[in-house]
Each structure stands twice: as structure tokens, then as C-alpha cells.
Design a protein around this ligand. Structure first.
Ligand SMILES: Nc1ncnc2c1ncn2[C@@H]1O[C@H](COP(=O)(O)OP(=O)(O)OP(=O)(O)O)[C@@H](O)[C@H]1O
Length: 664
């Protein structure tokens, strides 16, 4: 192997810290845009809502204490607004419906001024320990959404104030948990000396080359899943045999997660302890859901409100309260409650002080026992599963793993990956560097603000040629070449003809279509459909050239909307064509739930939402970037751009057109 050009770790860390600072600045400025959402005009509000920026006109309809002492508020449309002129919130079956929005379970949202009374109530429930800020309402995590309400879990009730940490917590909250965890990891890396660097770290920065995989060491591999294809088996063998780094390159629908599940089973059989991470809760919950039926002992680390209900029984936090191992913790908890209750019966200050002293001791013991219980629970499981930033939490502090696997690694920022990797010995990254990288808000800000900020110009120098969007997956590939990767080559999502474009343009024509999908058409769906041109052809193009379908930039008179949506574009005539096509599909018997309409421009999404949302409530409307990795039977893509100059803007990015066109 040709020795790679080494990268200076301190220089890398300094660059990342600068970039994270810029990202933080960008987040702050975009969240203040979101906070203004409540005060904008009804037209703009509808646009914001339709594009997923905000949900407005809500009231707090119920409040209860949920798992882990968290306050869960149920928010529903304000009947006063929905019975009025707003189309979005028109009453249906007695109870008003939420308007269209892009808010999903697991999102962190801020509740702003829903109505003066309610906003105040949530802020109070949240209490000072969650640090509600003056500048906006309280923040919480979305735990459930249906068409009539949205449930949000806020901070812990009665947690008891840890005063000394308040400042730290305030900074952490200001930064947002994800960015903060990355910053802390980078600072930890900055403090390391050369002798602290692990072999993997030296490989990752090109200070040494990866070791040769040892196939003899792993012995014969007996696959538990008989359906695995050859490229999947090959990737598993390679990942088992590798000593430090293996990349599993999974183009859309090629069974990346499927492969990881078998890989984990194989590693557990070889008595390895594994930490599995991914950038989002959904990505890692998906792994827990698929591992659990295989009887692999797995524990999911993370805030229960963010987990899918189906994985709660594996949640470390829930197990800490319910498992046998938790009984020693329960005893102390009971004692604390009793002591606390006895304060009321005291007569003198001295008696009270004595109780406070006891309580202090008991709380200390509680923390110690709880941490022991957590350690034991994690140690008993062969597999721990967490989001990348969750892997930095105290629960995993004392744990050592043989292998760290990161799924969706090309969707994660490199600094985020280092949270679990800082002490890793062997690493498997699964991803696809030819799909869109993670969304970075600071990309456009960088040149405007950050790079010119420091007087001495050193920031500018440091940031030259680098961006947060460059993922670890991509960087390792360019550093060590394709010898460290195996590619999965059979995809199980697209008709062969749809696959041809991404295969030829991005994957060197290496993709093949699985037998079950390669010639599957909408007309073959397992319910009754009519054979029409639209259902018997896997790919249909509507030609809009010739000047009758002009694109337009957002309405100049709505300044605020323009600011919020960026320089978004729309194309009303094209939207009408899309609506016609959807009508045709539905007339041919395709269920609206099986159809997605996606577009790269938020402005167009707003136009399409207004045309289609009410007519087909089951239809999915979304942005191209937001749809990555999902699937639907029929996908209608509205490309919007149409101008005499032949400008296509950010559509020129090949990765944006990859993997969107799904079966059949
Ligand atoms: N060897 C196989 N034989 C048959 N079907 C398979 C095989 N491997 C994967 N699949 C199917 O392919 C689909 C995609 O699998 P999976 O969700 O694991 O893919 P992925 O590559 O992680 O997807 P994404 O494109 O979202 O990253 C699933 O429906 C899965 O059941």
C-alpha cells in the first residue's frame, strides 16, 4: 500500500473547532428566524408550516408526567383559529386537524408563544433545571405526532438543582447538545499527546497504513441469514477480518443495514463487544428493532422520549428502573422519598438540617448505585446501541468495546464520529459517500462572516479548502484508497431502468437489480390497478421545455418568507403537471399513501402543498433532501428549474439526484 500523506491531528482539531463555531453561529441565526414564525402574516405562516419550519395556531390541550419524570404536553390546533378562516386547520370530524408540517418524532422543537397563558404554563412546568430561556419558549422533544395533535416531552420534573453545573449546562444548551458533544470531543483530542493516539487514530490521519485483514483468524463464517447475496457476504468477511478499519459502501437499497445485522451476529458469536452508533435516533432504533428478534443481548442508550416505542424494552434508562439489577437502586430511592416526606413533620431547624445531611448522603449513594447498575447492564449486553452524540454520555464512560460500528456514516459530520471513535480500536463504517452529505447550515455563512472575522486572518487560512461536509467515510477513502472498502452491489428497491441512471453516473455501472424488483411495475402492485401508460412504464418524463413553464423566484413582496426560505424557486405550471400526474396515478388505482411527491425547492413544496395536501391527505409531500433513504411505490419529482440560461443551480450536484427514484 502506498503510504498516505499524514494529516496533523492538532491542525485537524483546530479546523474542526473553527468550523463548529461557525456552525453554531449559523444555528443561532436560523433559530431566531424560526422564533419569529409566530408573529408573521397568515400567508407566510401557511408557507412556513407547509415547508416544515413551524406549526402555528396551537394550544396546549393536555399535560401529564411521562417516563423518567418528564412533562409531556399535548398540543392541538386552537379551535378558535381552526374554525375561522384558516384553510389549513379546518375542522374535520369535530376535532380540528393540524396543518401540513415537517415535524417528526425525535425532533427537538421550541414552543413559542402558543398563546400567552399556555406558553407560560409550559415554561413553568419545565422549571429552572432545564434552563428555559427568556428569548423563546421551552424546548422539548417530539414524542408522538398524529394528524390532530403533537406531543412534546420537556425536561425532568423536580430533578433538584445542581447549582455548580448550571453555567456549563447553560452553555451546553446554547450550543445545542450535538454541537456541544462534538466540541468537547475535539477539545479532548486537542489535549492528547502523540503517545495517547490509538492505532486507529494514527490510521485515520495517515500516520500509518491499515493492517492487512486476517482471514485465518476469523475461521469459517457460517451465515445465519441464508438470503445474503455474495457482495454482502464478502463485506461481512472483510469487516470481520479487518484489524482496524473497514468501510461498507452501500448504494441505495443494497441492504447496508441488513448486512450490519449479520455482521453484529457474527461478531457476538466471536465474543466481541460492540458499540453501534448512527447519526439519528431513527437509524439506530432500526438496528435495535432488527437485532432484538435475533436474540442478541442489546441495550439502547438514550433519552427514552426519543426512542421508538418498540425499542423501549431495551432502553438503558428504562432497564435501570425496572430490571432485577435495579432493585438496589430502588431501595435508596424509596428511602430518599421517605426522608423527603419526613421534613414536613420536623419542628426545629436542627432536625431539618440533619435530614438534609442524610438526604445529601443518600443522593450520593443513589448516584453511585445507579452508575454501578448502569455499568452492569451495559456490561451484560454484547451490543450497546446509541446515537453518535449519545455515545459521549456518562453511561458509556467506563465501557470498553472491541469494535465500533457506525451506520449511515456518510450522513454524519466527522467531529460527530469521533465521539465514539476517540478510544476505538477497530472501526466499521457503513455508508455511501455518493449520496448527500449531512446538512450543514454554515456553508453559506462561512465566506460572509466567519472566515473574515479574526483580525489576523488566521481563521481564513485554517479553513481554506475544508468544510464540515467532508465526512470521515469520504476522507478515509481518499486517504487509503478502495482497498479498505467493500461495495454492496445488488439493490432491492428500484426497477432496473430506474437504477440505470445512478448506476452509470455514480457507481461505475456496478449496480444490479434484485430479482424481485428488477421488472416490477406499478401495475403489479398487490391490489387492483389499471394498466395505463403511467403504471406500465417504470419511468415517465413530462417535458416542460419551450418557455411555457417558467420558473420563478419567491414573491418579492413577502420579505420575511423570502428570508426564511432562502432563495427558493417555484414553478406553478410544473406543479399543475405534477398534480395532473398524481390524479392520473390515483385514477389508475394507486393509493395516495403509496405516492410521494418530492422537490428540491421549498418554494415549490409550498405551491405543491397548497394544490395537493387537502385533496390527498395520505400523499407524502417532501423535500428531496429530506426524503433520502426512504421509499415509496411511486415517486413524482418536480425539478422546477426552467430558464433560457439553462441554469440548474444546486441541482447540478449529482448526489442530490441519486437514490430518489424508487420502485417500481
Ligand atoms: N440479500 C437480500 N435479499 C433480499 N432482499 C434484501 C437483501 N438484502 C437486503 N434486502 C432488502 O433490501 C431492502 C433494503 O435493505 P436495507 O434497509 O438493509 O438497505 P439499506 O442499504 O440500509 O437502505 P438505505 O438505502 O436506506 O441505506 C430491504 O427491503 C431488505 O429487506
Amino acid at each position: 500500500m502506498v503510504p498516505p500523506t499524514p494529516i496533523s491531528i492538532p491542525h485537524f482539531v483546530e479546523t474542526q473547532l473553527q468550523l463548529l463555531l461557525l456552525e453554531h453561529e449559523a444555528e443561532v441565526s436560523s433559530s431566531s428566524l424560526a422564533t419569529t414564525a409566530a408573529s408573521v402574516s397568515p400567508a407566510t405562516r401557511r408557507t412556513l408550516q407547509a415547508t416544515g419550519y413551524a406549526l402555528t395556531g396551537l394550544v396546549l390541550s393536555q399535560c401529564r408526567t411521562g417516563l423518567g419524570g418528564r412533562v409531556v404536553g399535548e398540543f392541538a390546533p386552537d379551535p378558535a383559529v381552526s374554525s375561522g378562516k384558516s384553510d389549513d386547520n379546518r375542522a374535520s370530524g369535530g376535532q380540528p386537524r393540524l396543518g401540513s408540517h415537517g415535524i417528526r418524532v425525535g425532533d427537538v422543537v421550541r414552543v413559542n408563544d402558543v398563546s400567552a397563558g399556555n406558553a407560560k404554563k409550559i415554561g413553568k412546568d419545565k422549571g429552572k433545571d432545564s434552563g428555559a430561556k427568556d428569548k423563546g419558549g421551552p424546548e422539548g422533544v417530539v414524542t408522538r405526532v398524529n394528524d390532530k395533535a403533537i406531543w412534546i416531552a420537556f425536561g425532568q420534573q423536580g430533578k433538584g438543582g445542581g447549582t455548580s453545573k448550571e453555567d456549563d449546562e447553560a452553555i451546553e444548551e446554547l450550543w445545542g447538545k450535538k454541537l456541544w458533544a462534538m466540541r468537547q470531543t475535539m477539545e479532548k483530542m486537542a489535549k492528547m499527546t502523540e503517545s495517547d493516539h490509538s492505532h486507529f487514530m494514527r490510521v485515520a490521519f495517515g500516520h500509518t497504513t491499515p493492517l492487512e485483514p486476517d482471514y485465518e483468524d476469523i475461521g469459517a463464517v457460517e451465515f445465519s441469514d441464508p438470503t445474503l447475496n455474495d457482495s454482502q457476504k464478502d463485506a461481512i468477511r472483510f469487516a470481520l477480518a479487518s484489524k482496524d478499519i473497514a468501510l461498507i459502501h452501500g448504494p441505495p437499497g443494497t441492504g447496508k443495514t441488513h448486512t450490519i445485522i449479520e455482521l453484529i451476529i457474527q461478531m457476538v458469536q466471536r465474543n466481541k463487544r460492540i458499540l453501534v452508533c448512527g447519526p439519528s435516533n431513527i437509524s439506530v432504533d432500526n438496528i435495535v428493532e432488527r437485532l432484538a428478534p435475533k436474540k442478541v443481548p442489546v441495550v439502547r442508550v438514550g433519552h427514552p422520549a426519543r426512542l421508538l416505542p418498540s425499542v423501549l424494552e431495551h432502553s438503558l434508562e428504562v432497564l435501570t428502573q425496572t430490571s432485577d439489577a435495579a432493585s438496589i437502586v430502588k431501595d435508596v430511592r424509596k428511602e430518599i422519598d421517605e426522608k423527603q416526606a419526613s421534613i414536613r413533620k420536623t419542628r426545629t431547624g436542627r432536625e431539618r438540617r440533619a435530614i438534609y445531611d442524610d438526604l445529601k448522603q443518600l443522593r450520593k449513594e443513589f448516584r453511585e448505585r445507579e452508575s454501578k447498575c448502569v455499568d452492569n447492564l451495559v456490561r451484560e449486553s454484547s451490543v450497546a446501541v446509541a446515537t453518535l452524540h449519545g455515545a459521549g454520555g456518562h453511561q458509556l464512560k467506563n465501557q470498553k468495546f472491541d469494535v465500533v460500528i457506525i451506520d449511515e456514516a456518510s450522513q454524519a459530520l466527522e467531529a460527530q464520529c469521533w465521539i465514539p471513535l476517540i478510544s476505538a480500536e477497530k472501526v466499521i463504517l457503513a455508508g455511501d459517500h455518493l449520496q448527500l452529505p449531512p446538512t450543514v447550515k454554515s456553508t453559506n455563512l462561512k465566506s460572509k462572516q466567519g472566515a473574515d472575522k479574526k483580525d489576523d486572518g488566521s481563521t481564513k487560512e485554517i479553513l481554506k479548502g475544508v468544510s464540515l461536509e467532508r465526512t470521515l467515510f469520504d476522507r478515509l477513502l481518499s486517504l487509503h484508497g478502495s482497498e479498505i472498502k467493500r461495495m454492496l452491489t445488488t439493490q432491492y428497491r428500484m426497477h432496473e431502468r430506474i437504477m440505470r441512471f445512478p448506476s452509470d453516473e455514480l457507481y461505475e455501472s456496478k449496480l444490479m437489480a434484485g430479482d424481485a424488483v428488477k421488472s416490477r411495475l406499478l401495475a403489479d402492485l398487490p391490489y387492483e390497478t389499471q394498466g395505463t401508460d403511467d403504471t406500465q412504464e417504470p419511468l415517465v418524463f413530462w417535458d416542460t421545455q419551450g418557455g411555457d413553464f417558467p420558473e420563478k423566484a419567491e414573491d418579492k413582496e413577502i420579505g420575511q418568507k423570502e428570508a426564511l426560505l432562502g432563495e427558493s424557486k417555484s414553478n406553478e405550471m410544473e406543479a399543475m403537471v405534477v398534480a395532473r400526474h398524481v390524479d392520473n396515478l390515483v385514477k389508475a388505482g394507486i393509493k395516495p399513501e403509496d405516492i410521494a411527491v418530492i422537490t428540491p425547492y421549498n418554494g415549490q413544496l409550498s405551491v405543491l402543498s397548497q394544490m395537493l395536501r387537502e385533496k390527498y391527505p395520505g400523499l407524502e409531500l417532501g423535500s428531496v433532501d429530506g426524503f433520502q433513504g426512504r421509499e415509496k411505490e411511486a415517486v413524482v419529482v418536480s425539478l422546477v428549474r426552467s430558464n433560457a440560461e439553462h441554469e440548474v443551480g444546486f441541482l447540478g450536484e449529482k448526489r442530490r439526484l441519486n437514490g430518489k427514484l424508487v420502485p417500481p
